[in-house]
Design a protein around this ligand. Sequence first.
Ligand code: UTP
Length: 464
Amino acid sequence: MTDPLSESAIPASQHRLLTAWKALSAHDRPKLAAEVAEVDFELLARLWTQAQTAQSTETVAARMARAGVPRQLVRLSDPDRQSAAPLGEGLLREGRVGVILVAGGQGTRLGFDQPKGLYPISPVRGATLFALFGEQIRELVRRFGRPIPWFVMTSEATHEETVAAFAAENHFGLPSDDVYFFRQGRLPALDRATGEVLLSGPDALALSPDGHGGLIKALQDAGLLEVMATRGLTTLFYHQVDNPLVRIADPTTLGLHVRHRAEVTTKVVAKLNAAEKVGLLADLDGRTEVIEYSDFPAELARETLPDGSLRFWAGNTAIHVFEREFLVRLASGAQELPYHRAIKKIPFWDGTRLVEPDSENALKFERFIFDSLPAANVALVVETDRDDEFTPLKNATGDFSPDHVRRALSARARTWLRDASVSVPDEGAIEIDVRLALSSSDLHGAAIEISSRAGGWWVTGRRP
Ligand code: UTP
């Protein structure tokens, strides 16, 4: 009898995979069969062919030379921004806002053995990233009196532990029906020399999540774009798992998004310096896009204005607001997000043992959510203050390490309290109860208690 899988599902060019398949007994095949069924070999063949075609760096540079500052831009100093908040509050009060959290990444740089969202990051309580987000959403629900459905994207790597942790924390006080978990897709790494898929063991492909841009397909496959419609959601606040300073669904940003009739809004912060490794928001050929720092020519990045500030200053925070209709349009395939390839060192199964390569041996492909921006009819860019909203947890040490992020959280808490004329100890970690303040303005006129806790300061209280 012919084996249906080896005959049809595995292309003949995948010699290594076919050999591995044949080496397995029928009893040991189901795992590999399930993984193979996930793989779109035609797509991989296309990506491999594209990878063989050398990109013309000249073309990239010439294109970048046409880059300009985003047209639809709201600066921090813009006098209109405060008046936008009531519009955003209206959206929340009408129950039209949902939150999307992407938490499927492998977090390799941090080197934490659980999903990154479970990292205990808050400076006094040691609350996890997930808890800080969940508490904010619960407080918004309390204030505006409407559910805020929460869509949490996981991957094979993070799904089970994430779902279990939410359950163990009682979904941070949110109804479990308002929290939707959905898994993103995976792609196998390719051997850089041959284009064949790599295996990670005798019955396993070297699979990894397909990037945060996998969101669109994952939402659609899980039927969640429909769920959003059924629940009356028009607008989705999107953020990543690594930034505990994010101010979820902040009314000013939502309001600006509505006022400008944007299909997507992106928060940006001023780059720290020309060399900072952060995506850049710019207009190119009439569309707003995020340009990866590696694609942006260094001499352009260094250009300054007469006042000495950077000409291209708008760094991507990966905080967006999306119209549901725009996500639907993307999901319909009208505008496919491209795949980006990265050259990586990936251990692989050579048929007898796991080989740790000495040099980069593999190609990995990912989609990025920010590639959706050029498809938007109106893509709005809103500046925010880095100290107030952006310090992502990325690395085990140094910049964007747990220490750095905790210091940023404490520093923000101090600033908020001082802005509200509350006297605060100069030293020590400090954390404000999310139920008391989602922003500095919540502290004005509030009755505030500061107590010593776990070697730091814990701030609670009541707003007027
Ligand atoms: P990063 O680009 O920082 O990747 O993800 P990462 O996997 O978390 O970390 P490294 O690069 O391995 O150290 C930014 C955000 O996008 C999510 C992450 O969970 C994080 O919120 N993400 C990334 C996904 O949800 N899926 C992916 O496939 C990749």
